[in-house]
Ligand binder design. Sequence first.
Ligand code: GUN
Ligand code: FE
Length: 428
Amino acid sequence: ITDAFRASILYFTDDPACNPDAMHWHSDGLLLLSGEKIAAAGDYHLLKTQLPPELTVSHWPGKILCPGFIDTHVHYPQTDMIASPAPGLLPWLETYTFPTERRFQDSEHAHEVADFFLDELLRNGTTTAMVYCTVHPESVDALFIQSEQRNLRMVAGKVMMDRHCPDFLRDTAETGAHESEALIRKWHGRGRQLYAITPRFAPTSSERQLVLTGELASQYPDTFIQTHVAENKDECHWARSLFPKARSYLDIYDQCGLMRPRAMYAHCIWLDETDRRRMAETQSAIALCPTSNLFLGSGLFHFEPAIAAKIPLSIATDIGGGTSFSMLQTMNETYKIARMGGHYLPAASMFYLATLGAARAMQLENTIGSFTPGNEADFIVIDPQATPLLARRSQHLNSLEEQLFVLAMLGDDRCVEATYICGKKYIS
Ligand code: GUN
Ligand code: FE
C-alpha cells in the first residue's frame, strides 16, 4: 500500500438497473492504492487494519471519491467554437466546424488547443475520453503528446473524410487509410494511449473510404472505431440518398465491417429495431450526447428500446455540438431526455453510465471506470456542497439516491475538488 484516502466512496461493479448489488457506497470509506493501481476500496473501519503504520491518510471529510468520469464522444478541435448558433447540424458543420478544424494543419495551434482541452476535461473530472481530432495527422500527434505528458488514458483518432467537405479538410480513401495505419502503429498501446479509427460520418466518406476503413478495423481488431450515426433527420435522408443500397443508415457501416466490439456510435437517435439488434449482436456501443442533441435540435434519444435490446450504452458531451464539458451536466440533460421519452433514470444509473457503463461500452472493464483491485487509479474528489445552493440543499436530503440525484442535477465543474491520474493529484 502506497497511498490511502479517507472519504465517502462511490463506485459500481455492475449495472444498477439489472443488479441490486451493483452500487457500492461507503459513507466513511477508505481507498487504498498500490502505486498507480487500486489496491482496495471499502469501509474505513474494516480496511484500516491494512494501513501501513507509517502511512499518512489523506482525509477528505464530507467529500466523495469516485472513479474519474469517461466521456465517450468529444471533438477537441471544436473547443473554440462551442455554443455557436445555427439552425441544425448540417449548417452548423458548414458555418463553424469546417473553418475551425482547418486551423489544425498548424501543429502549434493543435498543441495549444489540446493543452487547454485536456486541462478542461480534468477540471471537470473527466479522466478518459474518446476524442475526435481533425483530418490532419498532426492534430492526433498533438492530442496524444499532451495526453502522454499528463499520463492520461485517452482514445483518439484522425478524422477521415474524402467528399462533401472543403478541399482543405479532404483526404482520399488511400491517404486516409495509410495515415490512420501509421498513427495506429505509432500510438495504439503506447503507454496509456489508444487509437480510434475515425470516419467522420457516412455522408463525408466515399464507399471506397468506408471499405478501406473496415479493412483497417479488421486488421487491427483491438483498436477502437468511432463515428456518428442517425443524429439528425436531414443527415439521415442525406446518408440514405448517398448509399441507396443500404437497408438503413447504420447498415452502411455494417456492410463495410465497421460494427464490432470497441465501435462507438454517437447519437443513434433515429435507429430502427433491426439496427438495434445489430448493435447488440456486434457489441457496438452507443454514445448518447444529450446536450448536443438538445442544442442542435437533433432529436430525443429513446431509452426503452435501447435498454430492451441490451445495447452497451454510454453518455458523452460531444463538444462543440454539446454545450458543457461537465459529465454532471451531461447526466442532468440525459435525465431530462429520458423523462421526455417516459423513462425514469435513477441517479445510480447516471453515475454508472459515466463510469463503469462507459468502460464496459469501450471494452475497458478491469482497466478503468471502477475501484476493482488492479484497476488504474484514475479518480476524483467530489465536493457535494460546492455551491451555496448545493450546501443548502444538502441539509434536506433523505436518502443516498436523493443526494446523488441532486449532485447530478445541480453539480458541475465546481464540484470537482481534485482529479487523480494513476494515483497522482493532477495540477495543471
Ligand atoms: N456529424 C458529422 N460531424 C459531426 C460533428 O462534428 N459533430 C456532430 N455533432 N455531428 C457530426
Ligand atoms: Fe460528434
